[in-house]
Design a binder for this molecule. Sequence first.
Ligand SMILES: [Zn+2]
Length: 291
Amino acid sequence: MPEGFSIPSTTPCPLCRGATSAREGWYHACSSCGFQFSNLRPGGGASGPGLERLRRSNFNILLNHLAALRPLTGLRLLDVGSAHGWFMQEAARRGLLAKGIEPLADAAAKAKANGLDVIPGFFPQDLPEDGLFDVIVFNDVFEHLPDPPSAITAVEKRLAPHGLAVINLPCADGIFYRIAKALWRRGMARAMFERLWQKDFASPHLSYFTPRTLQALVEGRTQLRRVACFPLLTLTRQGLWSRIALTHRGPSAALMFALLTAASFVLAWLPADIVCLIFEKPESGGVESQP
Ligand SMILES: [Zn+2]
């Protein structure tokens, strides 16, 4: 980290307890393990309608990777932060028995009205005690959690032997993130970097993982072991204009549309800004099998 970028912070790294440095009062980075986190105020939120097609495409890529690991039919799925229930619907179509847990009461009620099995509340405290799951999924949820180490411990406890934890999240190795951060370090592109953290949004990012820091967290705290890591799509051209129209107007919207359309053609060749990691629980061991 270059001199002058940040100041030493008194907040220890939540992953390794190492020393951290801070910038602009909200962004923290660990000098030992490289984990990046914020002290932004946690909150709930769900993606807008312009993102539905992109999300569903990514969910099917994810389900293809799961299907390569084992047959999906009859697997008991828990979708943490199930929002509109889009992932539950795609998973049910592939034969999984999908249950969701969703803290936003409105979203939970709507998904239930659509016939989905959704519990309103927070994981793990509002999940009924009984029952294990074969797959526990976090789609754009893990980076919003105030305490990732305790969340992953709870996941291990609620997974059946050979169960899979699936964590799909934004990646600090991604090309957009790295460009935005490099500019921000030089006092530029503040809005772009803050947008990636969803600063001043209802549901900001509290962590920004890389595959390396996420694996260190999961394998350091639990017996879960990484079995897959793959990129997901950041951008689709379908629905792009309606997504831009949510935040931009007039010439700036047209410019953004042109730039993102051009970017969509080269992104496939660049480090991904969204990744998904899958971890497997061993046959025996883990918390619930200890005396
Ligand atoms: Zn650290």
